[in-house]
Design a protein around this ligand. Structure first.
Ligand code: GCO
Length: 497
């Protein structure tokens, strides 16, 4: 394992390098259009100017007809009801209940209580005018021990949810795995065990059988890279390991699980579309030196091409394999035929964009832009344009959906019942403007999902960070539309920012 590998960006961990160097020509100021007009249309009627004066034109940016305006969540982050209706335990139950792992000792036991309040949440989605809702299915609700017959009560919950979406004219997009691996499978080796990829395919087949007739878009594994890096390199996510050699074997098994699930849908005769969900980080050299360019290329291999190339081209990037070395567990773990499975044709690619990465000549990282409350997140809307156009350029015209984009802001419920998250409005407007530019330049982007619909359990950060369009007052579980939610409703109504 090279030093470079070890120096990977720590998502959700403090970044040490904070120096801001002058931006190169290609990294000039972000320009966006249309802020003023969009804000004027807000339904609160009291929207002030955005926090930064980025609007350069009053022209509206019209999105394609039928653009899929959406919002996203995941099961463990919102559902709560951790012990109800036969749900088994997941690695995140274990991890969050381990002292010292989560800020303030928070757990997902109750979260946003969505399991009980889903009907109210569905009504809020309808009120926003959402056309697409991306959620995840909790594996331990469907198979409490990770294998065997389906738990009918778990299936029934997602049936009610999906039917409720259809009744409100909202298209369901279901993620099969958003990190809540059944604990029994972790005890049997977790993602280090090749067998778990096959257990995932069985679980996927069970879900397809139960819901395949009513879910038009499936996503297989959410952010395999985050499991690899946060779960196995740095250990601040479940299962809390710090073992680089295990980490990349896990990457291979997650990719294998993805491919097997795609095959399971096809075998089931499913009519739904399916694809992976990758968090992609555009990587830029921190300076003009050849060494920085070279380091950036390898960094990009670990951040992006490891997942994209295997799923979409049927090969792992040579530079990453060489860096891992022939004796690494991953390289030894690749069997004949695996890459054919992993690259089973998909219908859609889900892109999650949060931050760029600037790579230094020695393979470290530095910060160039202001961060959000999440120290790993530099705010750089042009990165959205760069990653979307890059994916289309390098992987062809596969339909794209942005399944996550957003930021945490220091939201406060005011005495008058409002939440003034103007920073979120600015952020989303600027990122949507960048996405629009990508569409104009030929990127086949069909939908965009804000992360997140609701404030929720932000993994190791617990409830400290608020990422939602909708504020959750946790003591009462009251829902309050933030200013950004009102703004987004108008964007959807206008089909424009
Ligand atoms: C991820 C997940 C989400 C996070 C979001 C904010 O990207 O890590 O898909 O569950 O909550 O990204 O960090």
């Amino acid at each position: 394992m090279s030093m470079l590998t070890r120096r990977h960006l720590l998502r959700r961990a403090a970044l040490s390098a904070t120096a801001v160097t002058p931006a190169g020509a290609a990294l000039g100021a972000v320009t966006t259009a249309a802020g003023a007009t969009a804000l004027a249309g807000c339904q609160t009627g009291e929207d002030a100017a955005p926090t930064e004066p980025t609007a350069s034109s009053a022209a509206r940016l019209q999105f394609p007809v039928n653009f899929g305006w959406g919002a996203a969540t995941s099961a463990y982050q919102i559902e709560g009801a951790a012990k109800e209706d036969g749900r088994g335990e997941s690695v995140w139950d274990t991890f969050s209940h381990t002292p010292g792992r989560i800020r303030n000792g928070d757990t997902g036991d109750v979260a946003a209580d969505h399991y009980h309040r889903y009907a109210e949440d569905l009504d809020l989605m309808r009120d926003l005018g959402l056309r697409s809702y991306r959620f995840s299915i909790s594996w331990p609700r469907i198979q409490p021990d990770g294998t065997g017959a389906a738990n009918q009560r778990g299936i029934d919950f997602y049936r009610r949810l999906v039917d409720g979406l259809h009744e409100r004219g909202i298209s369901p997009m279901a993620t099969l795995f958003h990190w809540d691996l059944p604990q029994t499978l972790q005890d049997a080796g977790g993602w280090e065990s090749r067998d778990v990829a096959y257990r995932f395919a069985d679980y996927a087949a069970t879900v397809f059988e139960a819901l395949g007739d009513r879910v038009p878009v499936w996503l297989t594994i959410n952010e395999p890279k985050t499991v690899v890096q946060n779960g196995y390199l740095y250990g601040h996510h479940a299962p809390g390991r710090q073992d680089p050699d295990a980490a990349y074997l896990v990457a291979h098994h997650l990719q294998l699980a993805h491919g097997l699930a795609v095959q399971a849908l096809r075998a089931d005769g499913g009519t739904g579309r399916i694809g992976p969900a990758f968090n992609l980080h555009p990587c830029y050299p921190a300076d003009d030196s050849p060494a920085a360019a070279e380091a950036t290329r390898l960094y990009d291999g670990y951040e992006n091409r490891l997942y994209l190339d295997s799923a979409l081209k049927g090969s792992y990037p040579e530079d990453v394999l060489a860096d891992l070395g022939p004796t690494s567990r991953m390289v030894r773990g690749i069997r004949d035929g695996d890459l054919e499975i992993i690259s089973s044709p998909v219908d859609v690619l889900a892109v999650q964009y949060y931050t760029p990465i600037y790579v230094t000549a020695n393979g470290g990282t530095m910060r160039r832009w202001p961060t959000s409350e999440a120290s790993w997140q530099q705010i750089y809307p042009d990165g959205m344009y760069d990653i979307l156009t890059r994916v289309t350029r390098d992987y062809g015209p596969i339909p794209l959906t942005v399944t996550e984009n957003g930021l945490p802001t220091p939201d406060v419920l005011a005495a008058d019942g409002t939440v003034e998250d103007t920073g979120r409005v600015t952020f989303l407007r600027d990122h949507l403007a960048a996405a629009h530019r990508a569409v104009t330049d030929g990127v086949p982007l069909e939908s965009f999902h804000v992360w997140s619909l609701l404030d929720n359990f932000e993994w190791a950060e617990g409830y400290d960070q608020r990422w939602g369009l909708i504020y959750i007052d946790y003591p009462t579980q009251r829902r309050v539309l933030k200013r950004s939610a009102h703004w987004y409703r108008q964007v959807i109504a206008d089909n424009a920012v």
